[in-house]
Design a protein around this ligand. Structure first.
Ligand SMILES: Cc1cc2nc3c(=O)[nH]c(=O)nc-3n(C[C@H](O)[C@H](O)[C@H](O)COP(=O)(O)OP(=O)(O)OC[C@H]3O[C@@H](n4cnc5c(N)ncnc54)[C@H](O)[C@@H]3O)c2cc1C
Length: 442
């Protein structure tokens, strides 16, 4: 890759070695920055010969510690895989390098009025390879699906350097096991994604965003029901609470959006061929207050109250951060019991929750208890599972939740996952110890 693309200087390598939340860090042996698939393959062959662990890393915006090295591991940074191939307007598909950021792809596609219908607040950092590797979700997922729904093919380098390439973009291809699709959501444990073929959707020209104020989460579900029934232009419906709003306003120096406080807020995004704001009138009388914006700058200002939550929490301290999903109709029960359990375990803790209402995805943030005190983490994950939910909605398992995977998966499923890991990476060098828990010695 050239000597200047191998970072051994500890000070420089440090920028690849700490995750955004401050929960994970290590001292990597070195950071390697290949520029194309051939170099990725050569680096993996060298690492396999030397039997050193390799941590694929994209934008390093992940929340589960999967892309953060531990001491002595090699960081394989994919950010230089920046190729954007010509748009296939007939198939409405494009192939891009794994290191292209979501924002760069959005800008590239805007003149064609096309988009990848997956979006989230880390768009300037998150790479398409990292988003495929984590099966990223975001605010549009309840309407359009997660990354898996839009990946039409992958090029992947295996741990020993061999390359498999399925980039023809065929929607219909039942010729045996779909091997590359196993890589989606595998968090860098099965192979390194180098190129991604994506299916795109047409950007609808007229947009409206509403910030709705509500008395409680139960009423938020009523808004969701109405939205499904009468707002066909609905694209996203996220929620946050008063505590989070106050913290965001203080941290980002924003004015309070409404004259008085409300317990719950929804941010609703709509898109259509003609102005969708009229559809929002269905919420009059159901909400306590509302703000509607149709131009880009005002819509972005409204979204800041939601998108600023993550950054604000990280600025307040090292949080216990749990991304869970519960059946949507059980959200009020989940949030109610969550508050009680956290208060029992850590009475002084600050609880900030927000998330994607449409698919029951809650981001739980608990500030106060020391990081090593995992009692609140266990309580949140057990509560979500008891209600039929998931211990990881969209952020993955990584290092953060591997110990708790047995809460969500049976022994049979774990055994199959281990067999897959052995088949793809028999020496166990790619992202070792991520996702899969240690084998029970008993
Ligand atoms: C403000 C903020 C908001 C966010 N909102 C959302 C959201 O709404 N929805 C959501 O799903 N996520 C969200 N995230 C989490 C994160 O942005 C996503 O998980 C993103 O997809 C990670 O992409 P990345 O390039 O940063 O990957 P990284 O953080 O670098 O890596 C994540 C994992 O993927 C692996 N990996 C990375 N690149 C590759 C590759 N090319 N090949 C193989 N493995 C690879 C890594 O080893 C690691 O295990 C948010 C993060 C932030 C900071």
């Amino acid at each position: 890759v050239g000597a200047d693309q191998v970072v051994t200087d500890a000070a420089v390598a440090a920028s690849f070695a700490h995750d955004l939340t401050g929960r994970f860090s290590g001292r990597p042996l070195l950071v390697v920055r290949p520029a194309h698939t051939g170099e990725v393959s050569a680096v993996l062959r060298s690492c396999a010969r030397a039997a050193v662990a390799v941590i694929p890393q994209g934008g390093h915006s992940g929340m589960a510690g999967g892309g953060t090295p531990r001491d002595g591991e090699v960081v394989l940074s994919l950010r230089r895989l920046q190729g954007i191939e010509p748009l296939d307007q007939t198939a409405q598909q494009i192939t891009v390098g794994a290191g292209v950021t979501l924002e760069a792809l959005q800008e590239h596609l805007r003149p064609f009025a096309l988009a990848l219908p997956v979006d989230h607040g880390a768009r300037s950092a998150a790479t398409i390879g990292g988003m495929a590797a984590t099966n990223a979700g975001g605010a549009l997922a309840f309407r359009h699906g997660m990354m898996r729904a839009h990946v039409r093919g992958l090029e992947v380098v295996l741990a020993d350097g061999r390359v498999i390439s399925r980039l023809s973009g065929l929607l219909k291809d039942n010729s045996g096991y779909d091997l590359t699709s196993l890589l989606i959501g595998s968090e860098g444990t099965l192979g390194v994604i180098t190129r991604v073929r994506l299916g795109l959707e047409r950007l609808l020209p007229r947009r409206a965003t509403a910030l709705l104020a509500l008395p409680d989460i139960g009423q938020a579900l009523e808004v969701l029901r109405l939205a499904h029934e009468s707002v066909p232009s609905l694209q996203a419906i996220d929620f946050f609470e008063l505590r989070g709003l106050r913290r965001v306003c203080a941290h980002l120096n924003l004015p309070a959006p409404f004259r008085r406080d409300h317990e719950v807020y929804l941010i609703v995004d709509c898109a259509a061929r003609s102005d969708p704001s009229e559809e929002l009138e269905v919420f009059v009388g159901v909400v306590e207050d509302a703000l509607v914006a149709t131009d880009l700058a005002s819509r972005r200002r409204l979204w800041l109250y939601r998108d600023g939550q993550n950054e604000t929490v990280n600025a307040l301290g090292v949080p216990h951060k749990l991304d869970v999903a519960v059946p949507v109709s059980l959200l009020p029960r989940f949030l109610g019991e969550l508050r009680v359990r956290v208060a029992e375990i850590a009475p002084a803790a600050e609880l900030i929750v927000y998330g994607h209402l449409g698919d029951g995805n809650v981001h739980v943030n608990i500030l106060g208890p020391p990081v090593e005190d995992v009692r609140v983490d266990v309580a949140v994950l057990e509560l979500a599972t008891a209600l039929g939910g998931s211990i990881s909605a969209e952020h993955g398992i990584g290092l953060a939740k591997r110990g708790w995977l047995p809460l969500a998966r049976t022994e049979t499923e774990l055994a199959l996952m281990r067999a897959l890991k052995d088949a793809f990476d028999p020496a166990g060098l790619l992202n070792p110890d991520r996702i899969l828990p240690d084998l029970d010695p008993g």
